[in-house]
Design a protein around this ligand. Structure first.
Ligand SMILES: [Zn+2]
Length: 176
């Protein structure tokens, strides 16, 4: 496996009402250049968020759109999207728009993830994290997709997004 920064999965794809009985979940590792990532985000964004400005999107929304687009398309379409992006940039079309989208993308996908040093975490946050790991009944403890060592450290009251000790959030839902 490569040593590149890894993001996701943010949520499970192919979840819909008329789906046959689910059997398992397959995680796919998808290596992308920055240009490919931008092309994917632009098209994922365009298909789902026409009413939302890119800078108003949460990191989770951006990552979800990227993952959904990758799940719905293929390597063949990806190269077409990159060619379109290159043509758009070469023609100087929508440069300001592309810049806004690229900034939102970089916010969701920093080149060096996990900048928060463990020493910077407040002791109280660490206590809640310990509670989540050790099964304290006061702590939510919902496992994080792809990051099983970093469960949710909110208390058990209702919350829409789970949050780990590094401040990463993921979509809430019913406890299994
Ligand atoms: Zn939670």
């Amino acid at each position: 496996m490569s040593t590149l920064p890894v993001y996701g999965p943010t949520d499970t794809q192919n979840v819909h009402d008329d789906q046959p009985a689910p059997h398992l979940v397959v995680h796919v590792a998808y290596q992308l250049s920055r240009e490919e990532l931008l092309a994917v985000f632009i098209h994922g964004y365009a298909t789902t968020n026409l009413g939302t400005e890119p800078h108003g999107m949460t990191v989770e929304q951006i990552r979800y759109d990227v993952e959904a687009y990758l799940a719905d398309t293929s390597l063949l379409y990806l190269s077409d999207r990159v060619e379109e992006l290159r043509a758009q940039q070469a023609a100087g079309k929508d440069a300001a728009r592309l810049h806004v989208l690229a900034k939102a993308m970089d916010r969701a996908y920093p080149a060096k993830p996990g900048k928060a040093a463990p020493a910077a975490i407040h002791p109280e946050i660490l206590d809640w994290h310990r509670g989540a790991v050790e099964g304290d009944p006061a702590v939510c403890g919902m496992p994080q997709p792809g990051q099983p060592a970093f469960p949710c450290l909110w208390n058990r009251s209702a919350h829409s997004d789970h949050r780990d000790l590094l401040g990463r959030t993921w979509r809430g839902g019913e406890r299994p």
